[in-house]
Design a protein around this ligand. Structure first.
Ligand code: LP5
Ligand code: MN
Length: 240
């Protein structure tokens, strides 16, 4: 019995080794799991379900096979693929989850989220996030021609990379008080997230009680997953 979590693969046509690693992970690892949870940034950038790039069809078909073999797959949006919608979810038989969800896994309550909403010291990002999560702005963006959406996404990525060079590591990490606030809000003592690309399992003091924050790694040089079993929570790095 095991439930698997992954995040921050940043799949793109430019990184075929990561795509190959993901497909291998689906066929040989996830297929034996009780469920797979993808906690955001599966794709490097998502500009609409109508984007015809072949990578999307490949991924949808492989995730669909998982569903056919009895393994449900759930998706939480990241800050790169927050526009991934119902059409792609249906094509891949993934269930879209809200920003925060509490799971009950083998009797343990676990809060899952992408992780960007915990980075509250990054005021510039939080402002950017509020704008691009505005439903009106999203509808407007999705009506633009695909070529223009590609250009805007590229501009945003470039602006983001430039902005990140000016930010300290601390600003780009989670805010510890925000973490505790979300744990209290959901009355849980375990949290799993991605986004920061700093894989670790942190032990936290939550008002005198023990809590933990498990952070997934990004798939740069190797894969990263968290395996939850009835006995424990394990962070695992593995070669593509
Ligand atoms: O992504 P990553 O890890 O490098 O950095 C993130 C934060 N950056 C982002 C921006 C994304 O990378 C952009 C993704 C675009 C793909 C989708 C396009 C869909 C558009 C839909 C519109 C409705 O999330 C970064 C954080 C970092 O994580 C760590 O947490 O710091 O935040 C920023 O860089 C935000 C900047 O500080 C401020 C905003 C710069 C963007 C300016 C937009 C320019 C638009 C030009 C349009 C013509
Ligand atoms: Mn992210």
């Amino acid at each position: 019995m095991a439930t698997l979590f992954i995040a921050d693969l940043h799949l793109s046509l430019h990184e075929p080794a990561i795509t190959a690693g993901f497909l291998r992970f689906l066929r040989h690892e996830a297929v034996h799991a009780d469920a797979l949870y993808i906690l955001g940034d599966l794709f490097d950038a998502w500009i609409g379900d109508d984007d015809p790039q072949p990578l999307h069809a490949t991924v949808a078909a492989e995730v669909y096979k998982l569903h056919q073999r009895g393994v449900p797959c759930y998706f939480v949006h990241g800050n790169r693929d927050f526009l991934l919608g119902k059409r792609f979810a249906d094509e891949s038989a993934m269930t879209l989850l809200p920003t925060e969800t509490v799971l009950d896994l083998y009797g343990q309550k676990i809060l899952i989220l992408h992780g960007d909403t915990l980075c509250t010291d990054d005021h510039a990002y939080q402002k950017f996030r509020r704008r691009v999560h505005n439903p009106f702005i999203q509808r407007l963006f999705l009506r633009l021609p695909l070529s223009l959406r590609v250009k805007i996404a590229n501009k945003m990525r470039a602006a983001s990379q430039q902005a990140n060079q000016q930010k300290t590591q601390q600003i780009m990490d989670v805010n510890p008080e925000k973490v505790r606030e979300r744990l209290r809000h959901h009355q849980v003592n375990t949290l799993i997230h991605g986004h920061t690309h700093r894989p670790a399992i942190h032990q936290i003091d939550l008002d005198g009680a023990h809590a933990r924050r498990a952070v997934l790694g990004a798939w740069h040089q190797a894969g990263s997953m968290i395996k939850v079993t009835p006995q424990n929570i394990e962070l695992i790095a593995f070669p593509f």
